[in-house]
Write a protein that binds this ligand. Structure first.
Ligand code: NAD
Ligand code: HSO
Ligand code: ZN
Length: 424
């Protein structure tokens, strides 16, 4: 890998980095065509797409019972690890549950109440790798929020991954369907003979899944776009280049459309990171994918003229994962607002959050961190405000309401207040 100086990047190179699409833009037309067919042909289309994209004949689309069986048959050791990860994820998400509240504001009793969305669909990816961890990350917050019906879609296969099935069951899904890609998103959004539609679709996936979520979002709510994985490591001269490279290579193995970046103000470190990335990529089981990711224009090792320039670069990139490996990591973090999930210090690899520390790994990509955070209990809640006024507190704002209603030309609004005082 070459080291590039930030100060020498052309406007086009900056645009590719900061407006990266992870291949999602190119998948838009395909996703739209698939959604259209699923809406017209339902289960027939799901079976055809399984044949075309997943290379398998699907018998039952509903595999809820298979997930329960897989959980019973799972190897005891692996089951214990899944339960450890699930317990850590549950604990972190239980801490997020907001309480309903009411408070007096000058006699006006105002508050908020939170209620779960009733029916949600969670996508658990599984194309070039299997993702039992994403099943846990998607389902557990929904269960903690109290969602009544959690439907899960995961790609079909000649032999379904038993670990993903078991994780789906352990996390608490109510219905499980074997359908992947854009067709899964379409089925959850619009329903088919077998798949019931939901009110909100959540979860990560490749460019086709992500393009489909963007497409259906006018008709059904979605969490946010959680596409091909990303990492940006912000490092100073004290960082261990092998640790930085290991984190970069790890996220690069997800998908050829992933985006991976290291940025530092130390030339010597930049060179060492670049060398270590090349060395660590060699011989990996998924080396082809890693190399493709590393060669993308949205990936690279970047040299800043100062740590401030590196911080500004990280902020503008707004990565899914931000790892800070620097002497005063907290001071650098203070200057960052846009990152899906932040990992501080040399012993906090992104893989900890991917699997088992407890934070959620379903996170916004493609700069989505500029406007949203990752999956949380709140993703599965809606809130209502609630209020009660007595005669006195209404009379305190009576003239203000009437004046504003009159200014808007909405006389009946003013009358609805005045009526309360004219019937004495
Ligand atoms: N951002 C996040 O929070 C997050 C979390 C976990 C995983 N991920 C990402 O999820 C993705 C998982 O990808 P994956 O591919 O392994 O699984 P996936 O389940 O996302 O996609 C597999 C499906 O893609 C469809 N597909 C494949 N090729 C196609 C084509 N040519 N045309 C139309 N549809 C096609 C198939 O229907 C298949 O079932 C990766 O990109 C990974 O980085 C992101
Ligand atoms: N890094 C991914 C999110 O971009 C999550 C994941 C699942 N398994 C391993 N990693
Ligand atoms: Zn990962």
């Amino acid at each position: 890998m070459n080291v590039q100086c930030i100060s020498e990047l052309t406007p086009d190179e900056r645009r590719v980095l900061f407006k990266r699409s992870g291949g999602v833009t190119d998948a838009k037309d395909t996703a739209r065509e698939i959604i259209g067919r699923v809406r017209e042909e339902g289960d027939v289309a799901l079976r055809d797409y399984a044949r075309e994209f997943d290379g398998c004949e699907v018998g039952n689309i509903d595999i809820t019972a298979d997930a329960a069986r897989a959980s019973e048959e799972l190897d005891a050791d692996l089951r214990a690890h899944i339960e450890t990860a699930a317990a850590n994820i549950r604990a972190f998400h239980e801490a997020q549950v907001p309480d309903d509240w009411r408070q007096s504001f000058g006699g006006r009793e105002l508050g908020r109440r939170f209620r779960p969305i009733k029916r949600v669909g969670v996508y658990a990816p599984g194309g070039t790798a299997s993702y039992p961890s994403s099943a846990l990350m998607g389902i557990i917050p929904a269960a903690v929020a109290g969602v009544e019906h959690i439907a899960v879609a995961t790609p079909p296969a000649e032999t379904l991954d038993p670990v993903t099935l078991a994780a789906i069951h352990i996390a608490g899904a109510d219905a499980v369907y074997q359908v992947g890609g854009a067709q899964a998103v379409a089925a959850l959004a619009y329903g088919t003979e077998t798949v019931s539609s939901v009110e909100k679709i959540t979860g990560p996936g490749n460019r086709f899944v992500t393009a489909a979520k963007a497409d259906v979002r006018g008709d059904v709510d979605i969490d946010f776009l959680a596409g091909p994985s990303e990492i940006l490591v912000l490092a100073d001269s004290t960082a261990n280049p092998a640790f930085v490279a290991a984190d970069v290579v790890a996220q690069a193995e997800h998908d050829p459309n992933a985006s991976v970046v290291a940025v530092t103000d130390s030339e010597a470190l930049a060179e060492s990171i670049a060398e270590s990335i090349d060395a660590q990529a060699s011989g990996r089981e998924r080396e082809d994918i890693i190399r493709e990711t590393l060669s993308s224009d949205a990936s690279g090792v970047f040299l800043a003229r100062s740590i401030s320039e590196a911080v500004l670069f990280a902020e503008e990139y707004a990565p899914e994962h931000l790892s800070i490996q620097a002497d005063d990591d907290e001071a650098l973090l203070e200057r960052i607002d846009s990152a899906g999930s932040v990992f501080l210090g040399p012993y906090t690899p992104v893989a900890a959050g991917d699997y088992a520390s407890g934070t959620n790994h379903v996170l916004p990509t493609n700069g989505g961190a500029r406007v949203t955070g990752g999956l949380s209990v709140e993703t599965f809640l809606r809130s209502s405000t609630v209020q009660r006024l007595d005669r006195e507190s209404l009379s305190n704002i009576r003239d203000t309401i009437t004046a504003l209603a009159t200014a808007e030309g909405l006389e009946a609004h003013a009358v609805s207040v005045e009526r309360r005082f004219s019937e004495e």
